[in-house]
Design a protein around this ligand. Sequence first.
Ligand code: HEM
Length: 460
Amino acid sequence: MSIDASAQTLRRVKTIPVHRVLPDFARDPVNALADIGGQVGGELVRLSLGPFRPYLVTHPEHVQQVLKGDWTNYQREGMFWRPLRRLLGASILGEGRPWESSRKALQPLFTTRYVASIADRLAETITARMDELDEYAGKGQPVNAAEEMAGIVNDAVVKVLFGDKISRADGERLAPAYHTAAGSITFRLLMPFMPYSVRVPGDRAFMKAVKTIDDVVFPVIRKARAEPGDGSDVISALCGLRGDDTEGAGDRQIRDDLVSVYGAASESTATTLTWLWPQLDAHPEVAARLYEEIDRVVGPGPVKPGHVAELRYTRMVLQELLRLYPAGWIFPRMAMRDGEVDGVRIKAGSQMLISPYATHRLERFWDRPLEFDPERFAPEEQPRRHKYAYFPFGGGPHQCLGQHLFYVEAPLLLGAILSRFRMRVRTEGPFIPAPAASLRPRKDIELDVVRVGHVTGGTR
Ligand code: HEM
């Protein structure tokens, strides 16, 4: 570790030099970052990656300052956001006026009341997918965990966003296209200084995926404008709100918000649930409690929104899953002006890496941080911990809009699956995370689907 003398500091900042970071970084960048955060005990540290020298911010106090206290100075610019903008446009996942206007338009759509109003439809949509799983179970054919979770979540999210304004075939084109876009962007996320005039691996697949998404979404927007419905889906609400501008800009803004929310809602939920199966496989005692709760509350199904409040252990499992595998594993900010964090002068233009994956693994704030233990989230067990020691949904004014939707949708999905099936992991671990836009396992996880009545043994 060296001391950075070049930066104009109030106190000197530790810098991890490139030759020490790169080998680990190339092999497993997600865990390399977490390890560095752990080595410095949450202190602010600078990474020296050639021309790119971001700060790694892991201490909850500093995360809070960047995301909340000084949020106007630390914005979604540069690294990560710039490549993503080619997919998301100027939207709710941006900054400034477009973000403000999108947040105002979208926030009322994801309240507890709104989610309650669509929960029946969500439960029905999810339940409808279970026959497909039954077919796999009948044939003894394994499923790909990521694809299966994405398929089920996609149906649910498409229902929330587009209602009945999109055909099933078009809705199903979105998930693989978005998955490809989010996966093929890795090179640009890791090499943000690479100019767009230079073609890099993944570019072609990325642009093709964006075109597929546009080919699906623009016609649906035009149709929603021409035939306004009851407004209970997000596209109708957005068309109503942005109804004045029927020229290109209005459609573009609606497209950018829809694509951003679609991505934020579907990729994150699906990848989170993908990580569940290896954890249940490795922790039969957790699996047994989860099965017992779902058997008791949901029985043979179908799952209903009224079950969600009773699925308390299921919620704890999801909370712990989001601690170890926060789908938004990294979301950087760029300093717009000179600032100061942890006594270190931060120059305008500096990149600040915020990683819940790293903070959630700090021994200083978590007992046995690498262990999967849902009991940490038992309501009666909750120790007093810093609010930003756990922030899978971000914080400050950009805090996730979909947290409530997630805690309704994910228990419905687990209730639907586990009231009828058990998923047995076929693929040998370990499962290392890939550094895509959302945290996904590097290799495919294959699952055997077993009907509940056919399961023998103590954990049913
Ligand atoms: C496991 C599920 C989810 C996780 C882990 C997650 C995580 C996050 C995180 C970390 C942020 C903050 C990004 C930043 O500060 O730059 C965020 C923002 C956002 N999320 Fe989620 N999210 C999830 C599900 C959802 C769902 C279901 C929706 C559907 C509405 C959604 C919509 C959004 C939106 C619109 C934002 C941007 C908010 C803003 O900037 O004003 N998310 N999410």
